[in-house]
Ligand binder design. Structure first.
Ligand SMILES: NC(=O)c1ccc[n+]([C@@H]2O[C@H](COP(=O)([O-])OP(=O)(O)OC[C@H]3O[C@@H](n4cnc5c(N)ncnc54)[C@H](OP(=O)(O)O)[C@@H]3O)[C@@H](O)[C@H]2O)c1
Length: 296
């Protein structure tokens, strides 16, 4: 069901499907170390479970609540075991607004695992209010978490966590989790959330351009996934969290997805159709944030 979001591909998915299933052998995460912020719940936990199911060497989750992280670690380990994999699962209590805390976690991961192959900047903050009624400090917390927090993740990863790619292997990957809410008409009192998430898309495009061949950078835009955050927002819960989970596993494992770096990608869109339409998307500069991408 496409409502209320626009779709670019004819299939519009709400749950994981074979091409992005982490059990698909072509999406193997073998030997890879993955770090997911906000990996203790919701979409982040689903992404962690997807990489564990795909056989990652290590899945690292980061968040502020140790009890949430601890409960999720058990589920992530169980997913790896159920898929026949041995995956190290570790967690770090850290607030992404604290650059030192994020860097310290990344340095620890580098010491133990030699670096990070895939960094998923998923943790986010949703403050709901009209601008007229907003408490400025609360409104600004969304920017501190979503914008400054994402900057801290980017810098910690590229300064301390990048694992040199093996000969012939893909460079490390950074996946920024933004939102469709940044691209639809204003609604639900989400000005802090939508505008801060929109900023992260541009930041990720800069990081991708600046790092060149040293790093692959994507921004994904989930729709309405059933989590605590969408519960708080009161938005309809249309999608299963396995959808962004599988989409991240697909991006990390698929060199052919590189033309989507810097572009708008909805996790609801069908990856096979996106791949088939690569020439059209690239030649017409579609799904980009430059004006030419919007038909100007
Ligand atoms: N649900 C949706 O429909 C939807 C749609 C589009 C995009 N998204 C995006 O998906 C991401 C995950 O959201 P969700 O729906 O899964 O919500 P969620 O279940 O509330 O998860 C948010 C996660 O982020 C962590 N977190 C929040 N602030 C943090 C901070 N300052 N430092 C470290 N960790 C922090 C939380 O853990 P602690 O509280 O323990 O720190 C939690 O694990 C967010 O970026 C959100 O914007 C969600």
């Amino acid at each position: 069901m496409a409502f209320p979001f626009p779709t670019f591909t004819t299939p519009f998915h709400s749950t994981v499907y074979p091409s992005i299933s982490p059990t698909n052998p072509s999406l193997s995460a073998a030997k890879k170390t993955i770090l997911i912020t906000g990996g203790g719940s919701g979409i982040g936990k689903a992404i962690a479970i997807a990489f564990a199911t795909a056989g990652a060497r290590a899945v690292i989750i980061l968040g502020r609540s140790s009890s949430t992280l601890s409960a999720a670690s058990g589920e992530i380990s169980a997913a790896a075991t159920a898929s026949g994999h041995v995956t190290a699962v570790k967690s770090f209590v850290a607030d992404i607004r604290d650059a030192t805390a994020v860097s310290n976690a990344v340095k620890s991961v580098r010491e133990e695992f030699g670096g990070i192959d895939v960094f998923v900047a998923n943790a986010g903050d949703l403050y709901m209010s009209t601008i007229e009624n907003a408490v400025a400090e609360d409104w600004w917390r969304s920017f501190e978490t979503n914008v400054k927090g994402t900057l801290n993740c980017m810098q910690s990863f590229v300064h301390h966590g990048l694992k040199p790619a093996a000969e012939g292997a893909l460079p490390p990957t950074f996946i920024n989790v933004a939102t469709i809410a940044a691209h639809i008409p204003p609604g639900f009192g989400m000005s802090a959330y939508s505008s801060s998430k929109l900023a992260t898309w541009k930041m990720a495009a800069y990081l991708d351009a600046e790092m060149g061949d040293r790093l692959r950078v994507f921004t994904i835009h989930p729709g309405n996934v059933a989590t605590a955050m969408s519960d708080k927002a009161g938005t309809p819960q249309l999608d299963d969290a396995t959808l962004p989970g599988g989409f991240c596993a697909w991006l990390a494992a698929t060199p052919e997805a590189d033309f989507l770096r810097g572009r708008f990608i909805s996790v609801n869109w069908d990856v096979e159709e996106l791949l088939r339409r690569k020439s059209e998307i690239v030649e017409k500069n579609m799904l980009s944030m430059e004006l030419s991408g919007w038909g100007a």
